[in-house]
Design a protein. Structure first.
Length: 250
């Protein structure tokens, strides 16, 4: 399997909105929310953008505090030996020089303690005028629009809803990452079994490459994989309820 970043339709939408916010939004309104279900490619896309723009990436976690985030910023910006006001001043000066976007993954954790962490990061992004990206699950995005968070919500200029892959995305993903050529029939099967979730497509690619090696082929057709489970959606199995009759037989 090849290891590279695939520019899917979600990537194209994200970059178009990022460019619009960077060039058109007010200095204090450069917030972007990326939302989507697991496996839609949110974090991968944010990571790729962050690497290209030298962004400061913060992984949200339960119980995170302003002190933790401030220390992380100081570390990323190589600001050392300072405390209190001097430390904060140095962070702002370094951010102003470097113009690094801020990415907060699992951003819902920043909502704890009256969204203190979000407010801290938002103020820095406003002062410097850099893009501030919040990454979250689809079920969490409404929380950033609550009335009590108007000071944050009014700074968000774009919401990017990441969708599951479509057939064109699936074909592109297979073409760029799979070291075995596959036809459209296989792409449709991968799409159906993965339900458009990229991490499951990765599992399918591993299965396809192993099957091709077993058959000593460099190309696979739909007939070669008929009856094969290319990837397994464990979440679907977890949601299947056990019937009373099944419980009685246990």
């Amino acid at each position: 399997m090849r290891f590279k970043y695939v520019k899917t339709s979600n990537h194209q939408l994200f970059m178009s909105l990022v460019n619009a916010v960077e060039t058109g939004a007010a200095k204090g309104a450069k917030g972007i929310v990326i939302a989507g279900d697991p496996g839609a490619g949110k974090s991968t896309t944010a990571d790729h953008y962050g690497a290209e723009r030298n962004a400061i990436y913060i992984e949200g976690m339960p119980g995170m505090t302003i002190s933790y985030v401030r220390d992380l910023l100081a570390y990323e910006l190589a600001v050392t030996g300072l405390k209190g006001f001097a430390l904060q001043k140095a962070i702002i000066e370094a951010m102003s020089r470097n113009r690094q976007p801020i990415i907060l993954d699992e951003a819902q954790h920043g909502l704890e303690k009256k969204a203190a962490v979000l407010e801290y990061l938002r103020r820095i992004a406003d002062q410097v005028g850099v893009v501030f990206i919040l990454v979250c699950h689809s079920s969490e995005k409404h929380r950033f629009a609550e009335h009590k968070l108007a000071h944050i919500a009014t700074r968000i200029s774009a919401v990017v809803d990441f969708k599951p892959a479509n057939l064109l995305d699936t074909q592109l993903y297979l073409r760029e990452l799979c070291e075995v050529l596959v036809d459209e029939g296989i792409a449709r099967q991968v799409l159906e079994q993965s339900r458009g979730r990229y991490r499951l497509m990765t599992s399918a690619i591993n299965t396809l490459e192993a099957l091709a090696a077993k058959l000593n082929k460099s190309e696979l057709a739909e007939s070669d994989v008929r009856g094969y489970l290319l990837c397994e959606d464990a979440m679907r199995s977890l949601r299947v309820r056990t019937s009373p009759d099944q419980l009685a037989r246990k």
